[in-house]
Ligand binder design. Structure first.
Ligand code: IPD
Ligand code: CA
Ligand code: CA
Ligand code: CA
Length: 265
């Protein structure tokens, strides 16, 4: 397996797909709902996923593909090389704002992250990492993450989780929200993860995400010394949905021990 050429080819495909998405901005979108009225998908999400699948199948017929919009393979194992694709992460932002969304692609070998690509299409910013070879924002290396105290940290999370909801006891996150310097919510898990990677925020929490949401971001964060787990502090398995908790080193442990340990996540 020639990882170097796969890495540069994947970056090229992401740039090409991003250009197509930018071109679509003056076209009329076809918008459909999925599991509920706020779970949206557009023709561009679907076309972008199909674009990647065609490229990957042509170049790497033996690789497997997991894609949010369902055009990939049905996987029950992560053996071999698996591409985990979210063609547009932040579809709601894409539709409403035409910004704050990203293409997110993780390439894994036997369940281990090798390559992570998160492309902020509107700002033309590609966050990328090849495991063991550093993480970059476009051509610029991203610095390793350092420790931060809770009272000096900004935590990215969605307001839904501190409201009464069917998934968790909403009171559980209140102490963390109170003690942190601030909270932010951007509406794209992939971007929120690379914001942790670049130190724009210090941690990101979500109660429920899918492997294609965090596969790419996880490679980038781990390459910089950040920690990626679910809210119980366990490793993710990349085959099923899970909660997500990513943070700078040290901060991850502090939040886990002092704020999250009593939750039934
Ligand atoms: C969504 C975004 C959002 C997160 C949702 C995801 P999508 O992905 O990452 O920030 O809160 O849980 O499903 O559907 O826009 O690809
Ligand atoms: Ca979606
Ligand atoms: Ca997503
Ligand atoms: Ca998506």
């Amino acid at each position: 397996m020639k990882w170097e050429s796969l890495y540069s080819q994947a970056k090229q495909w992401v740039n090409e797909a991003g250009e197509r998405i930018r071109q679509s901005f003056n076209q009329r979108l076809s918008i459909q709902t999925k599991s509920n009225a706020n779970d949206l998908v557009t023709n561009i999400d679907k076309e972008t996923e199909q674009f990647f699948i065609k490229k990957i199948k042509e170049a790497y017929p033996h690789h497997k593909i997991m894609g949010e919009e369902g055009f990939g393979d049905k996987l029950d194992s992560l053996k071999g090389i698996v591409w985990m694709i979210d063609p547009i992460d932040g579809t709601m932002n894409f539709i409403h704002q035409q910004r704050n969304f990203a293409i997110s692609i993780g390439v894994y070998e036997d369940g281990v992250g090798k390559i992570g690509l998160v492309y902020d299409v509107v700002h033309d910013e590609l966050y990328h990492a090849f495991s063991g070879k550093g993480a970059y924002l476009n051509e610029t290396p991203i610095a390793n993450l350092s420790e931060t105290a809770v009272n000096k940290s900004i935590i990215a999370l969605n307001a839904t989780w501190v409201m009464k909801n069917h998934r968790i006891d909403h009171n559980l996150l209140i102490p963390l929200v109170r003690d942190a310097r601030g909270t932010r919510s951007y509406g794209s898990a992939a971007l929120e993860m690379v914001f942790v990677a670049t130190g724009r925020v210090d941690a990101y929490i979500s109660m429920r995400l899918s492997p294609w949401d965090y596969a790419a971001g996880a490679v980038i964060i781990e390459e910089l010394g950040g920690v990626v787990t679910n809210l119980r502090g366990e490793k993710l398995d990349y085959l099923t949905q899970d909660s997500l908790f990513v943070a700078k080193p040290g901060l991850h442990q502090t939040i886990l021990q002092e704020y999250l340990k009593d939750g039934k996540w």
